[in-house]
Design a protein around this ligand. Structure first.
Ligand SMILES: C[S@@+](CC[C@H](N)C(=O)[O-])C[C@H]1O[C@@H](n2cnc3c(N)ncnc32)[C@H](O)[C@@H]1O
Length: 201
């Protein structure tokens, strides 16, 4: 992390503000993931992004900062307990007007989107048992060459020795995704493991 772009004051304050939710503060994406997400979104020239699992808004902030002028992020979460903290950070960063926050089960939000391949970039970081369903809804709406990124694919290393149904679900997701012929897939050892899938033409 010392040799990646450092968090700015807004990201540092957001990390501090998230500590008020002590039991779940660890849900926040790790500091090294923010510059990586921003870089991916910038490099891909993203105009239409989707996030599944927003929490206090750290990853959404990183994605929104990388968008092209006029670009939009649809941020999905089922719980609005923590999203006021997210909005505060997005406002401070001047990206609030690029983000539409939808509070509902994310699968319903995704199924309500047009059935056309219009998404450039997705980041999935909600409940792990839903990953395959999220992938299924997103991949058909992703443009050729677009990216789908999935967080926590290592389960802190437990994918090698699963100890719960959630671990089993991620093991199953990882295996199915690697075999899916609609995407090229790379699993990266960043934070708790991030998989990037690129929609094939
Ligand atoms: C790990 S946190 C996301 C962390 C976030 N990406 C960040 O950078 O801070 C997971 C989030 O997924 C949300 N979530 C869980 N189940 C969901 C569902 N069925 N639909 C939408 N969001 C859900 C939770 O409310 C929580 O805010």
């Amino acid at each position: 992390m010392a040799h990646s772009t450092a968090p700015d004051a807004i990201q540092e304050r957001l990390a501090e503000r998230t500590q008020q939710f002590a039991d779940v503060a660890h849900w926040q994406t790790a500091p090294e993931q923010s510059p990586f997400l921003t870089l991916l979104v910038q490099t891909l020239g993203v105009r239409n992004a989707v996030e599944v699992g927003t929490f206090t808004g750290m990853s959404a902030l990183a994605i929104a900062r990388g968008l092209q002028p006029g670009g939009r992020l649809l941020a999905c979460d089922v719980d609005d307990t923590w999203t006021p903290v997210a909005r505060e950070a997005w406002q401070a960063a001047g990206v609030e007007d690029r983000i539409e926050l939808r509070i509902a089960p994310a699968i319903e939000t995704l199924r309500s989107l047009p059935n056309t391949a219009q998404i450039d970039f997705s980041f999935v970081d909600a409940e792990k048992t839903g990953y395959w369903d999220y992938f299924s809804e997103l991949v058909v709406r992703t443009r050729p060459g677009g990216l789908l990124v999935f967080d926590n694919v290592f389960r802190k290393g437990r994918v090698l020795n699963p100890t719960s149904e959630v671990d089993d679900a991620v093991v199953d997701f990882n295996e199915r995704l690697a075999k899916d012929d609609r995407v090229d897939v790379v699993m990266l050892p960043i934070a708790d493991g991030m998989t990037i899938a690129r929609r094939r033409p």
